[in-house]
Design a protein around this ligand. Structure first.
Ligand SMILES: [Zn+2]
Length: 217
């Protein structure tokens, strides 16, 4: 990581060496646990914001959901902003955090499509408020989304998880072994359940991110 967002005070820090210590409030984060927080934030961006926005716009334009998107993975910069947004910081703190992240984007020699999307998000308060609201709702099982949109996102989640077992499923299907096929289905269901459990687990993750360091002291 080139930089990281402090989960205690929302300050954006340059990463120095292997330790993640906030220059402002001196909180030290465990790197492995911090990565888990970022994975959660990535899911919140993907399912909570990107897919939801896509399906809500489709519902508005076409009156029904019948098209699948091909959305790119969220980049680190979105994940950090999502981590701050879900972290429960006030609007001003999230916005300040995002403004600092903009500086990291501007430092880049070449900007990706996602980088430009990030700059657009940060230049429009209405869009930014929607992002904050949506990634927060992800951790609360999409509280404010319509049932159609929730269902469509759940299918995406299922497809993503099942996709990870694609090769195993092909092998099992080729072997025509009913038990093997059944086992893969069981695995997919288990992984989905874990993903659902993880969805509402952000406060625990945030706590875990700094726990290990404290224990070591
Ligand atoms: Zn801090």
């Amino acid at each position: 990581m080139e930089f990281f967002v402090c989960l205690e005070c929302a300050t954006v820090n340059d990463t120095k060496g292997e330790t993640l210590t906030c220059a402002k409030c001196k909180t030290e984060f465990d790197a492995d646990n911090y990565k888990k927080v970022l994975l959660h934030a990535a899911d919140a961006c993907r399912y909570g914001y990107d897919y939801r926005k896509y399906y809500e716009e489709q519902l508005l334009e076409r009156g029904q959901i019948n098209r699948m998107p091909s959305l790119v993975e969220p980049t680190n910069i979105f994940e950090f902003l999502a981590a701050a947004a879900i972290g429960g910081f006030a609007w001003d703190a999230v916005k300040t955090c995002g403004t600092y992240l903009v500086e990291f984007v501007l430092r880049k020699a070449t900007m990706s499509k996602r980088d430009i999307e990030f700059l657009e998000l940060m230049s429009d308060d209405k869009k930014l408020k929607k992002f904050v609201k949506y990634v927060r709702a992800y951790s609360k099982d999409f509280t404010t989304a319509s049932e159609d949109v929730k269902k469509a996102i759940a299918e995406e989640m299922h497809a993503d998880v099942a996709g990870q077992y694609g090769a195993r499923m092909t092998d099992a299907a080729r072997s025509r072994n009913r038990q093997a096929i059944h086992d893969v289905f069981q695995q997919i269901n288990k992984s989905l359940k874990e993903k659902k459990a993880e969805q509402s687990n952000y406060p625990a993750l945030k706590k875990a991110a700094k726990k290990l360091r404290r224990e070591l002291k």
